[in-house]
Design a protein. Sequence first.
Length: 142
Amino acid sequence: MGYLNPVMQYGIENFCKKCQEIGIDGTIIPDLPLEIYETEYKEIFVENSLSNIFLVTPQTSDQRIRKIDSLSTGFIYMVSSSSTTGLKGSFNEAQISYFDRIRKMKLGSKLLIGFGISDKDSFEKASGFANGAIIGSAFIKA
């Protein structure tokens, strides 16, 4: 996971080749615009067997989610909320409604929920709404 500017400084093609060389099979580059990925970089990622993981939020439109699903070769990262990652707490009604909305879309990609996943309980709850959950901050803290 990182930002686009350092990847561009390294060179997109060089970055993708290096990822393949060292065994990285997926990236999360939150500031890489979907449209730029599709028109300029997708082929380079595919040639190097590298998935770019896209994020969706409760505010992402169904149309955009379907577009993300069509371009995804890994999974879709469902950002659970606009809070800081790793915060403890239970999911509220708005979040559960969002999870249900996405699940009912019957997308082709796997769905993983991240942000607010800080322990076994929150991991299990999130996994009940998706194919799994991401526990990045808790992993780093441990």
